[in-house]
Design a protein around this ligand. Structure first.
Ligand code: F6R
Ligand code: MG
Ligand code: MG
Length: 369
């Protein structure tokens, strides 16, 4: 029996701005998941929030892209939207970009990451959930966590991993179809770097182990502004990473997050800030940010989930949170100049473009002497 893990998340409205969903919304999602389990659709499930996004973690046997599972998630978000509307919350239904469900949440607003596998004897995995960032936020930590022995010491110490990993990378600016490339580390190392250096354009979709052919990680790739044609909120991606044994250890996967790397997101989706690893169910605050990522560790056995271990809820990460705050304050001190604010092609609001158009007409050419 193959177990499928689906993580589907959406912003369907929040309290106090774009900060967090209400208790009633989260409880509605939990009630739906309990019902999904008792109806036999789901084997198990959990509901968490990261900033203003609710994430549904679901286990089942229906495989990836199951219309039943996607409809269940969509309908759940329709119900949390109804609560958000009834409570007068901000941005109710923000990520539900289409009116009618059409088989799969991909291309409709919610983010999704799914993986199906034969369970190992013990099957540990991590669910990452981000707020106020794009899917490229995973480029640095996934590539480093799998392909760089600075973080994945297993590449040197564990014979299974020596053959490296294949990275499936998506061109997220191409909207006609899924445009993907598969590159192997270590052989294609520099080609992978060439793509991943631009995390707003090229995004890791999955990571497959070369020696075993097993999929180790999957990440959501949705870019909401490409679906909606305008800014409707940042993409706020999710990822599932299997760990241990033939894969990097949980700690190796977490290791790159200690950099608190700079990413594009934060306020109005248009600022570079340092990613802060946060505890489960953390809120958004300073400057509509900072960009946050939560990490929950589980084991799954015959589709049943263990309790979660809140992987960033440990004193080590307090130091990283301080570092992330300091890095963010450093770049925030630069306001809108240069790399502090997004480049022209990634500005999520139209104000600058409109101002430039107006100012452009006022430019004059000085007569040559
Ligand atoms: C970023 C985000 C917020 C909003 C900002 C303005 O993803 O959600 O920073 O962009 O609060 O929001 P509106 O335009 O809804 O007033
Ligand atoms: Mg939002
Ligand atoms: Mg969000």
């Amino acid at each position: 029996m193959k177990t499928t893990i689906s993580v589907i998340k959406a912003d369907t409205g929040s309290v106090g701005g774009h900060n967090r969903p209400s208790e009633a919304m989260v409880e509605k999602a939990r009630e739906r998941v309990r019902k999904g389990i008792s109806d036999g659709l789901l084997l198990d499930g959990r509901v968490t929030f990261t900033g203003d996004d609710i994430a549904l973690l679901m286990t089942h046997t229906k495989g990836t892209d199951s219309p039943d599972i996607h409809k269940f998630a969509w309908d759940t978000f329709v119900e949390t939207t109804a609560i958000a509307k009834s409570e007068g919350l901000y941005g109710a239904g923000q990520d539900l970009l289409k009116n009618a469900f059409s088989g799969n949440v991909r291309g409709m607003g919610p983010g999704s990451a799914e993986i199906a596998f034969e369970e190992r004897t013990a099957e540990p995995f991590i669910v990452f959930a981000g707020d106020k960032c794009g899917p490229g936020v995973f480029n640095y930590p996934l590539f480093e966590g799998f392909a760089n022995p600075y973080h994945n010491a297993g590449l040197l110490l564990a014979p299974d991993m020596k053959a490296g990993f294949t990275f499936h990378i998506m061109d997220v600016n191409y909207t006609e179809a899924d445009r993907v490339i598969m590159l192997k580390a270590p052989a294609d190392y520099y080609d992978i770097c060439t793509l991943l250096r631009d995390p707003n354009h090229y995004v890791i979709e999955s990571v497959v182990e070369n020696a075993t052919g097993l999929t180790a990680a999957v990440a959501s790739t949705a870019r909401l502004h490409n679906i909606a044609g305008k800014y409707v909120g940042k993409d706020d991606p999710v990822a599932i990473v299997r760990s241990q044994k033939q894969f990097p250890s949980t700690g190796e996967i977490l290791s790159p997050w200690a950099l608190a790397h700079y990413t594009l997101g934060d306020n109005r989706g248009s600022h570079h800030v340092a990613v802060m690893p946060v505890k489960q169910n953390s809120i958004i605050s300073f400057f509509d940010g900072p960009t946050i990522i939560s990490a929950a560790g589980y084991c799954v056995h015959e589709g049943k989930l263990t309790d979660a271990v809140d992987l960033f809820d440990q004193p080590f990460w307090d130091t990283i949170r301080t570092k992330a705050s300091e890095k963010t304050l450093d770049i925030r001190a630069q306001g809108f100049y240069g790399p502090a604010m997004a480049g022209m092609d990634e500005l999520e609001y139209t104000g600058v473009v409109e101002n430039l158009k107006r100012l452009d007409e006022k430019f004059t050419l000085r007569e040559k002497k």
